[in-house]
Design a protein around this ligand. Structure first.
Ligand code: ZN
Length: 164
């Protein structure tokens, strides 16, 4: 009997992510598939939810609203900083991610939203925040996670995490 995707399973999928303007934002077809631990929030919640119950060989299209994808766009999460605050050797480009620290000291990722000669607008919003995500998915493999994978909260082995 083929296992159905549920919490505690390692799932291998190929996917194509298309935005509403028709542009392909990301895809694994033609490259390495995505391996993730179901129920561990390794992937956007709306896609994880719609993968539940699927089996090896299933192919489907699904839509994920922004709220279940990379979040609604929050204009308050934007900040303009002087270009001079970035080291001159750093290539500041729109969409580029930087690691920084939030006021509470937690590490956070910010993205460059706009660059002018003097200022750089950074935002905590993911570049795909506010966008509906359209996925085409093919389920390649489903297996039970090992106790170690469950403890770590991610998949190990080919396509998964490697520890040294
Ligand atoms: Zn691990």
């Amino acid at each position: 009997m083929k296992p159905a995707i549920a919490e505690g399973h390692v799932v291998t999928i190929h996917y194509k992510l298309t935005l509403d303007d028709g542009s392909i934002a990301d895809q694994s077809f033609g490259g390495d598939p995505l391996v993730y631990l179901h129920g561990a929030q390794n992937i956007v919640p709306g896609l994880e939810r719609q993968l539940a119950g699927k089996q090896i060989g299933d192919k489907f299209d699904c839509q994920v609203p922004a709220g279940e994808g990379y979040g609604e766009y929050d204009p308050a999460a934007e900040q303009s900083v002087p270009r001079s605050q970035f080291p001159p050797n750093v290539d500041v480009q729109v969409g580029r991610a930087f690691q920084t620290r939030a006021r509470n000291g937690q590490p956070m990722t910010v993205f460059v939203r706009e660059v002018t000669a003097d200022t750089v607008t950074i935002t905590a919003n993911h570049p795909m925040a506010g966008q509906r995500l359209n996925f085409a998915v093919e389920v390649l493999d489903v297996r039970r996670a090992t106790p170690e994978e469950k403890k770590h909260g991610h998949a190990h082995g080919p396509g998964g995490h490697h520890h040294h």
